[in-house]
Design a protein around this ligand. Structure first.
Ligand code: ADP
Ligand code: MG
Length: 385
């Protein structure tokens, strides 16, 4: 646990003589369902986590922007005057200075500043440590200045797309900003409106970390973005108004199947069916139908595993093991895939047994102890000190 006071103490140690810092918190997230749909402008259903990125920041003379990551024990700096034309360094500072660059380009005043960053979100674990870092440093750089919440989320997304070079959708930044305690957030990634959903009593959300991240991840992500575009191109020949897979139902896709490359068809089959599963999950949740919620989780995983092909052996093993444990309603990979976490819906009374048996099975198979994160929907980003 990182407290505002411990962060402030670490800040003074790193930046002796600096003025008193303000402290900001921006959460990571776990996506319940609606995977790889955001960049097709579809639906997603994440919760914000207690796990978060904390940033302590105070103004500094000399026009330098300095960032220190406690997690990495590394410092980076850039002159504010150089931000507008800055090029990525291809390391973690890109998330921070990319956000600063977007703020400058959008006309927000950015001044010299010292920042100390400490995150409890595991990095590269599919719980979106990157968006947590972007949003918490954006708030720190704004130094209490007003910004529209949606503008904040979009600006951080632009930083990741344009500066980091990851063609991501809006989900991670949106939920880090708009997360709500006690509720999942159904986001319409086209209209950018959201709806809050309270899950039935007694259903616990547990993320399980494979502790692996296969290198394939970012190139495959770009490839999937391209394949979705190719599928849209085929549908557009017949319906010109279609601009993304969001506009296409799973059943309609079959009509154009013969014109599509078989691999592209399977990618589109995932996205269109996944959008429909988000709606079905919302309905099942409203009825308190835990079995159906779990069934949709597993259907989502199979679709990601076989049609979208972004899973990996370790994720499949965790899912297959979890769904064999009594009291588990469903399990699926969450986040970009190729490692990172699964998300599990578990009956409250079964939690301890779930962790023991899944942990032991994974250790036996891979010699790695997986991390478990019992996840309650937490609030979105704010100043905390
Ligand atoms: P995810 O968002 O799923 O955790 P990403 O690959 O999108 O995975 O982002 C992880 C990257 O974000 C890290 O490799 C690092 O560059 C950066 N990052 C996240 N948190 C921190 C932190 N506390 N300090 C430094 N860099 C961080
Ligand atoms: Mg990320």
């Amino acid at each position: 646990m990182v407290s505002a006071s411990s962060l402030v103490a670490a800040f003074y140690k790193q930046f002796p003589g600096a003025p008193a810092p303000a402290v900001y918190r921006a959460p990571g997230r776990v996506n319940l369902i609606g995977e790889h749909t955001d960049y097709s402008f579809g639906f997603v259903l994440p919760i914000a986590l207690e796990l978060a990125c904390f940033t302590a920041a105070a103004p500094a003379d000399g026009g330098m922007l300095r960032a220190f990551s406690v997690n990495l024990g590394q410092a980076r700096e850039i002159a504010v005057a150089d931000l507008a034309e800055a090029r990525p360094a291809r390391d973690w500072s890109d998330y921070v200075f990319g956000v600063a660059q977007q703020l400058v380009r959008a006309g927000y005043p950015v001044a010299g500043c010292n920042m100390l960053i400490h995150s409890t979100v595991p990095t590269g674990g599919g719980l979106s440590s990157s968006a947590a870092l972007e949003v918490s440093t954006a708030l720190a750089l704004l130094d209490g200045g007003a910004i529209d919440k949606l503008e904040l989320a979009k600006l951080c997304q632009r930083a990741e797309r344009e500066f980091v070079g990851m063609p991501c959708g809006i989900m991670d930044q949106y939920i880090s900003v708009f997360g709500r305690r006690g509720a999942a957030v159904k986001i319409d990634c086209r209209s950018l409106e959201c709806e809050y959903a309270v899950l039935p009593e007694g259903v616990e959300i547990v993320a399980v970390n494979t502790m692996v991240k296969h290198e394939l991840g970012s190139s495959a992500y770009r490839e999937r973005v391209r394949e979705c575009g190719e599928a849209v191109g085929v549908v557009q020949r017949h319906r010109r108004e279609v601009t993304s897979l969001r506009d296409v139902g799973r059943a309609e896709l079959d009509v154009w199947r013969s014109e599509m490359d078989p691999v592209v068809f399977r990618r589109a089959a995932h996205v269109t069916s996944e959008d429909e599963r988000v709606e079905a999950f919302m309905e099942a949740s409203r009825r308190g139908d835990r079995a159906e919620m779990g069934r949709l989780f597993v259907a989502s995983h199979r679709s990601l595993q076989h049609d979208y092909q972004v899973s990996c052996e370790e994720l499949d093993f965790l899912v297959d093991t979890a769904i064999g444990v009594p009291g588990v309603y469903g399990a699926r990979m969450t986040g970009g895939g190729f490692g990172g976490c699964t998300v599990n819906l578990v009956e409250q009374e079964a939690l301890a047994g779930f962790e023991t048996s899944v942990g032991a099975a994974y250790r036996d198979r891979y010699g790695i102890t997986p991390q478990f994160y019992r996840s309650k929907p937490a609030a979105g980003a704010s100043r905390i000190g």
